[in-house]
Design a protein around this ligand. Structure first.
Ligand SMILES: [Zn+2]
Length: 295
């Protein structure tokens, strides 16, 4: 009995001390755990089109773009996605260490989770939309919708701030960053050309403007441009021309229906303009419904 009391007291003391310790450490990260299982499920990597490869988990899309001067990695999943992404890159025959540039389509923990660790391991330069600077430096703590003052990912060091229309250049590749705000203040898409032995492809990696906040837009005081930004992004995405497309989540471009692990190389399955237009129409309807409710 006495021992148990002592044990409990010791535990309580330890908790109190660790609580103080947490408060003193500004970069303490608390990644949400109540997330879909698909986010952490390993997925066999594959070549999508030309030198674009899918290296993410079953739902958190990570893209590897190989060049003759090293590779570009877009999106890094959750913190625990690191070994999956690394294994996927190596399974394709590429070197993890050859990762030279790191990008994200949005500064949320499900795409930024492993960013700082990968940067540390590879020495790659992290480039991000200028409007994400503050939120990245806070590890997501200042995000207008998900922030709540808690860091949900380890902040990566920003090496370059990107502006709408900026080009990211590595080897023979040139990626154009398109500022597509709303979901986060600095969400973005990437547009680039790639080729295989038979033809070239214009690729769009689209960041869909899904709505995160439960609040009325006019109540989101830390993001006064939110309604305008969503409208802009919906219009911009609708006007883009491309040969193949994909998105930040596999479910957003219906990867499960287009590709099965082990399938032969077939970029044509990622054309799907109809699927793209349908997804955008649904997002536009959600936006318009929300705007109606504001009145
Ligand atoms: Zn997000």
């Amino acid at each position: 009995m006495y021992n148990q009391v002592i044990k409990r007291l010791l535990c309580a003391t330890a908790l109190t001390f660790s609580g103080i310790f947490v408060q003193a450490q500004q970069t303490q990260v608390k990644e949400p755990k109540d997330v879909p299982a698909e986010w952490s499920k390993p997925y066999a990597p594959f070549r999508m089109a030309g030198n674009l490869y899918y290296v993410g988990t079953a739902d958190l899309a990570s893209y590897l773009i190989t060049t003759n001067a090293g590779n570009i990695l877009i999106n890094t999943g959750l913190a625990g996605s690191l070994p999956i992404i690394k294994r996927n890159i190596e399974a394709l025959g590429f070197k993890f260490k050859d990762t030279k540039i790191l990008l994200t389509m949005q500064a949320h923990y499900d795409h930024m989770g492993a960013m700082a660790a990968i940067q540390k391991m590879t020495g790659a330069k992290f480039m991000v939309d200028e409007k994400e600077e503050d939120v990245v430096n806070s590890g997501g703590a200042t995000d207008y919708a998900l922030g709540k003052g808690v860091s949900t990912y380890q902040p990566a060091k920003i090496n370059r701030l990107l502006h709408d229309g900026d080009t990211i250049h590595l080897g023979e590749m040139n990626l154009v960053m398109l500022h597509h705000p709303g979901h986060t203040k600095g969400s973005c898409s990437f547009l680039f050309d790639t080729r295989d032995s038979s033809r070239s492809y214009r690729v769009l990696l689209a960041n869909f403007p899904t709505i995160v906040t439960d609040k009325h837009f006019h109540d989101v005081t830390t993001y006064p441009e939110i309604a305008k930004d969503y409208a802009y992004t919906l219009q911009s995405l609708a006007g883009l021309q491309f040969d193949v497309w994909a998105a930040a989540h596999a479910s957003q471009f219906n990867l499960a229906a287009k590709h099965h692990p082990g399938d032969a190389y077939n970029p044509a399955v990622f054309k799907d303009r109809a699927g793209y237009d349908k997804a955008l129409a649904e997002l536009k309807a959600q936006y318009e419904k929300k705007m109606m409710e504001e009145k």
